[in-house]
Design a protein around this ligand. Structure first.
Ligand code: FES
Length: 328
């Protein structure tokens, strides 16, 4: 269920990235308790109504009382630009409580974090938590376009100085070294290949990082990945109308171009099931009765599932004007 939280402060981290500090009233403290690496779901206005968007928490539950999400502008992206342009201290936002499984099992483990751009947000939460409340050591490889786009540069430098034996930060700037290539990155992280690895960033970075870790010999079952949704619209995106059977009722809803089916349902206040929101658990599966969708990412459904019309709501975007799905 959505709750309204007040924006206590807005921090301009870089020209393109704003952090929103959110106050949690005492009566919601339990519901909004979180683990490092989790995200919040936010209702944001859209040309066709309201959509839901997920943003990772960059705060740590061990070092900060308020919650903080950090949002980087995506060129042409309606949600991130609305947040960066229109949200000021004193505004109130509608949010779902924290969720997500991109979170370390133990703060005493040694971790290797690979972050690209705004993928630093959950990494920052994990780093602060491990340093404050655990015994683990953390190695961070952090890739950005150029120096101006490095979010949390000063905070990371201060943490490295305070914990020289427990935090090592390696920056990669495309402006100096070109786009990251797996062979060079693998050499940079080889000393940490035995550690549990966490990768977060936009899809192209995640692909390179995954290849890097495999070259460095990190087993796949020790790699955790969080992809960031890309807000840009593809040429195939179209506004559609959705008919959905859920919880004994049929609903007709506008489905904005490029939005994920699950986000449309959550934004409408419907109780649709989900867990990972990354296309790898299957908790959001439903069946397509009519129309066409594309799945942005899929690690769980197989040919026989598609033959029975199963789709993943967290990954489905509309590809026809009318789409009908059922959860029965
Ligand atoms: Fe896990 Fe959609 S919520 S695959």
């Amino acid at each position: 269920m959505y709750h309204r939280l007040r924006v206590a402060d807005v921090i301009e981290e870089t020209p393109d990235a704003h952090s929103l500090v959110l106050s949690v009233p005492p009566e919601l403290a339990t519901e909004f308790a979180y683990r490092p690496g989790q995200y919040l779901t936010l209702r944001v206005p859209h040309s066709q109504g309201i959509v839901a968007r997920c943003y990772s928490l960059s705060s740590s539950p061990y070092t900060e009382t308020d919650l903080k999400i950090t949002v980087k502008r995506v060129p042409g992206g309606p949600a991130s630009n609305w947040i960066c342009d229109d949200i000021r201290a004193g505004a109130s936002l509608e949010l779902l409580p924290p969720a997500g499984s991109f979170t370390p099992d133990s703060l005493d483990d040694d971790l290797l974090l690979l972050a690209g751009g705004s993928g630093i947000t959950p990494a920052m939460s994990i780093i602060k938590s491990v340093l404050a409340a655990g015994r683990g050591r953390v190695a961070l490889l952090y890739a950005n376009r150029d120096q101006n786009s490095v979010i949390f540069a000063a905070e990371l430098a201060a943490l490295s100085e305070q914990h020289p034996d427990r935090l090592s930060v390696t920056h990669w700037l495309d402006s100096e070294r070109g786009t990251p290539d797996p062979a060079t990155l693998a050499a940079l992280i080889s000393a940490y290949a035995g550690q549990e690895a966490y990768v977060c960033g936009p899809v192209p970075f995640v692909v390179v990082a995954h290849d890097t870790l495999q070259r460095a010999g990190v087993p796949t079952d020790r790699i955790r990945v969080e992809r960031f949704e890309v807000e840009e619209r593809s040429a195939d995106d179209r506004d559609a109308t959705l008919e959905v059977e859920l919880d004994g009722q049929t609903h007709r809803l506008p489905w904005p171009a490029g939005a994920r089916l699950l986000d449309v349902l959550i934004a409408a206040g419907l109780n649709a099931p989900f867990s990972c929101r990354q296309g790898h658990c299957g908790a959001c599966a439903c069946r397509l009765l009519d129309g066409q969708v594309d799945l942005v990412h899929n690690e769980i459904l197989e040919e026989e599932d598609f033959a029975e019309s199963y789709i993943l709501a967290c990954q489905a975007v509309a590809r026809s004007d009318e789409v009908s799905v059922t959860y029965y």
